[in-house]
Design a protein around this ligand. Structure first.
Ligand code: NAP
Length: 285
């Protein structure tokens, strides 16, 4: 095994959170209280866990958080009316509508209606188009942006590098591939129908695993010395594990994110930083 560099999310998250706290203090001195609303229906455990981590980060950075929880059987009209009130309220800067929503609520309607300047987790087609066209200026999905933040923090060169992204979801795989492309990497996107995945993955200087399969990626998928970014968060035998079999992958990887303690730690910081970006876009001062 060569020298292995652990790409800890904690360092990246601390830097982002320090920047947020500083900016929030300045905004508050000017009478602006950055405000985030989280709306959700039902009591999904993963949703509640994510909300509690956002709440902790809001408390530590000084961002105001309003939580709007509804019954899982709420009808679409009532939910949409509540959503519209938040969407139109000028004192609200950022909105997250937690998914999955119950089946009677049409997620597409919310994505169409959310004001792009409040859409801090990138569900609006306008923000998605900005990520995919590479023009920027909107919001990117927070997990995809967290991957980019980790690569930037640890000075991983992207220009001209071969990157393989495993997974093509709209929240992780596709947007992160576009963001890497914008940084002039040569990007291959893999999915469940990709032939001979280990062989394709072994071409990568940088391998991004976002497939949602616990410990799936082992040393056979990794070129010697490659940078491995594990986006996966999976529960296995009451433990949280990534999509990468860390103990095996370290025999080949040059740099690797741990799970837990990697990408997931950065996501909340990126989300809250987007609330401040929203304040700017809404020209609150
Ligand atoms: P998803 O919507 O289920 O998408 C999974 C993708 O992986 C699909 O494109 C699928 O291909 C592909 N895939 C599945 N099995 C595969 C295989 N055997 N070989 C190659 N490709 C395969 O998942 P997601 O929402 O993108 O999430 C991916 C992982 O990231 C999950 O573990 C999730 O928990 C985690 N995650 C983490 C964060 C964070 O903050 N760190 C945030 C969100 C998600 P097809 O398109 O062909 O079906």
């Amino acid at each position: 095994m060569g020298v292995l560099i652990l790409l800890k999310g904690k360092n990246v998250a601390e830097q982002i959170n320090d920047e947020i706290s500083e900016k929030v203090e300045k905004l508050k001195k000017n009478g602006i209280i950055p405000t985030l609303v989280i709306m959700w229906a039902g009591e999904d455990t993963d949703t509640l866990y994510y909300i509690s981590s956002i709440e902790k980060a809001c408390i530590s950075t000084g961002i105001s958080l309003i939580k709007r929880n509804f019954h899982e059987r709420i009808d679409q009209e009532t939910f949409l009316n509540e959503f519209k009130a938040v969407n139109e309220n000028p004192t609200i800067n950022g909105i997250i509508v937690m998914r999955p929503l119950p089946p009677q609520i049409n997620e597409g309607t919310i994505a169409e209606q959310i004001k792009p300047e409040k859409d801090i987790d990138c569900i609006s087609p306008i923000n998605i188009a900005k990520v995919f066209s590479g023009t920027g200026g909107g919001f990117a999905p927070c997990t995809a942006e967290s991957v980019m933040e980790i690569l930037k923090y640890y000075n991983v060169e992207l220009k001209g590098k071969d990157v393989v992204v495993i997974g093509r979801s709209m929240v992780v795989g596709r947007p992160v591939a576009m963001m890497l492309l914008k940084q002039n990497a040569t990007v291959t996107i893999c999915h469940s129908k990709t032939k001979d995945l280990p062989n394709v993955a072994r071409r990568a200087d940088i391998l991004v695993a976002a497939l949602g399969k616990p410990n799936f990626i082992n040393r056979n998928f990794i070129k010697k010395g490659a940078v491995v970014i594990d986006v996966g968060i999976n529960e296995l035998d009451n433990e949280i594990v990534g999509d990468v079999d860390f103990d095996d992958a370290v025999h080949m990887a040059g740099m690797i994110t741990p799970v837990p303690g990697g990408v997931g730690l950065v996501t909340t910081g990126v989300l809250l930083r987007n609330v401040l970006k929203a304040v700017n876009l809404q020209k609150c001062y």
